[in-house]
Design a protein around this ligand. Sequence first.
Ligand code: AMP
Length: 270
Amino acid sequence: MKIITSIFDLNKEIKNFKNVGFVPTMGGIHNGHISLIKASQKKNKETIVSIFVNPTQFNKASDFKKYPRDIKKDILTLKKLKVNYLFLPTTKDIYKFKARKFVLRKKDKILCAKFRKGHFEGVLNVMNRLMSIVKSKDLFMGEKDYQQLQLIRRFLSKKFEVRINACPTIRTVDKIALSTRNKLLNKKSLEKASHIAKLLIKIKKRTKLRSSKFKVDLSDYKKELEKKFNIKIDYLEFRDEKNLKLNNFKNKFRLFVAYNINKIRLIDNF
Ligand code: AMP
């Protein structure tokens, strides 16, 4: 595996490659990331993984600071997986060139966009930069971050003519969605997260049995969960899988949740 830290070196290395898959990450590599890497390796000759903890997508400086980082362990894991290139850019390099700024439309300001002001603008900014550097035709992203996936589809896939390969959420046997942030949770919080995930899976299953044209009021569930687990839920909503609209689903629907447990914010969808 070649580790590349500058845009200049990356351009030199990959300029003749056509069949390259790109897996952008913020590190703390876990089986969720690994599933994207394996999907890329199956489809592409070469795979580039990037690790960059992007400061512009954190709406709180303290959150950026405490985001778990373990680059040595990540390098060992990625070497074992036979990843071809690990791109480890600096913030200075990524933000040194001019690039388009993205503004969310009013209808995009739902779910995490409502609760984390500026977050997705930061994500779109860095993804626009990374994709203009890597120029891959195949991008691999997780359904774990479903709203992010949809926004990148909408804002960036046309501009870069890139295929967005959406990969399913990988969970522990206890049903917790893998996430680098889980490293910040203690045993008790992990147990709660597992209970919550199992309950939400049940709610989703139960709702699936009903017709697709329904309005569901989840406010009682929300209050119950907040009380039972001593958490603060930002949102608990069923939304259409394609257009993320509330109720009257034309397509399949998903249950979206974001909650704070011991000051750690977790998101998931089922
Ligand atoms: P992150 O490092 O958290 O920014 O995630 C990098 C990529 O991995 C994103 O496309 C995420 O959606 C994806 N990802 C994170 N966790 C999971 C998971 N549990 N299952 C599948 N994909 C994931």
